[in-house]
Design a protein around this ligand. Structure first.
Ligand code: ADP
Length: 299
């Protein structure tokens, strides 16, 4: 188990930020930590990273108690805070070497990290010459220098344009194949795009913890598909287990299935059998959003 959060509580003067929070994150899992603004996400992330202390409870990272052995725990963790503090006047490579020096890394694999995080095309630029998307990459690169087992990313995609968003999501998914990632966000689509599990927090309390496939299983499955031509709804209704078809826009259709088993290949078969091309296809997990809104309604 990479992260264990046991009964963690934290208050700021008389404001309760976390109230007996419990959950665990397994090795190489990518978990979305969801909650409205003020729910307590940043507070828990700071506690995991040892920047602030919990009033009660325990956090274990890769077998190490972060309160008892903060230095050893920090060596296991890469933390990208919400505002991604960087030295704007430094060149990328200079910054990464500096970060490596601060961390006491003897032979930092700076070139390898530059390559891995897609910074190669920009690597001779100063940080203040970079777009927000590239700055996030530099932040991530800085977090990965010491090859941490666990990455804590606080709202890593805030303020990115759609292209930057898509490439950072891709990078995070790729990194998640060999690293445990806990990423906070208040945007559901982020979780659907990057995570296998969602933990929802509201007013300092954990209100939901489930895998996204479980969310699908509990309810219906919706697939959004874009074809290269118009298709009659009645033809799409002929796909096995389709319950409802909505033509949302142009040649884009939402197909609701009455099953949780993945029906994407049936949609591909339908396109093939009817001489259609699929321009875009994705599963839509409406239920996470529904659950989120229901569970985090103000009380
Ligand atoms: P989130 O990251 O989910 O937006 P935070 O962890 O930042 O939530 O905040 C949780 C609660 O704790 C909020 O009510 C916030 O106002 C309060 N809070 C956070 N940091 C401090 C602080 N340094 N001093 C006082 N209150 C704080």
């Amino acid at each position: 188990m990479s992260i264990k959060i046991k009964n963690v509580s934290k208050s700021y003067s008389n404001q309760t930020a976390l109230d007996a929070v419990n959950f665990e994150v397994g090795d190489n899992q990518v978990v979305g930590f969801l909650g409205p603004n003020g729910a307590g996400k940043s507070t828990l992330m700071k506690i995991i990273c040892g920047y602030i202390k919990a009033d009660k409870g325990q956090v274990i990272v890769d077998g190490i108690d972060v309160a008892k052995e903060p230095m050893a725990a920090k060596s296991k963790i890469g933390y990208l805070p919400e505002n991604n503090p960087l030295y704007a006047e430094m060149y990328i490579k200079e910054f990464l070497n500096f970060m490596a020096q601060l961390r006491g890394i003897k032979k930092p694999q700076v070139d390898a990290i530059i390559h891995k995080t897609g910074l190669k095309p920009e690597y001779d630029k100063k940080i203040n010459q970079l777009s927000k998307g590239y700055r996030q990459r530099v932040g991530l690169a800085g977090c990965l220098l010491h090859q941490p087992k666990v990455l804590i990313l606080d709202e890593p995609t805030t303020g990115l344009d759609p292209h930057q968003l898509s490439s950072i999501r891709h990078l995070i998914r790729e990194t998640g194949q060999s690293t445990t990632i806990l990423l906070s966000t208040h945007i559901m689509q982020e979780v659907e795009a990057m995570c296998e599990r969602a933990v929802i927090i509201h007013q300092g309390k954990l209100v939901d913890d489930r895998s996204l496939s479980q969310t699908q299983t509990d309810n219906k499955q919706i697939i959004e598909v874009e074809f290269n031509y118009r298709v009659e709804e009645v033809a799409l209704e002929g796909i096995n287990q389709v319950k409802k078809v909505i033509n949302t826009k142009g040649f884009i259709y939402q197909l609701e299935f009455s099953t949780s088993s993945d029906k994407r290949s049936d949609v591909f078969d339908f396109a093939y059998d009817n001489g259609l091309k699929i321009l875009n296809l994705q599963k839509i997990n409406q239920n996470l959003e529904e659950r989120f809104l229901e569970l985090t309604a103000r009380k």
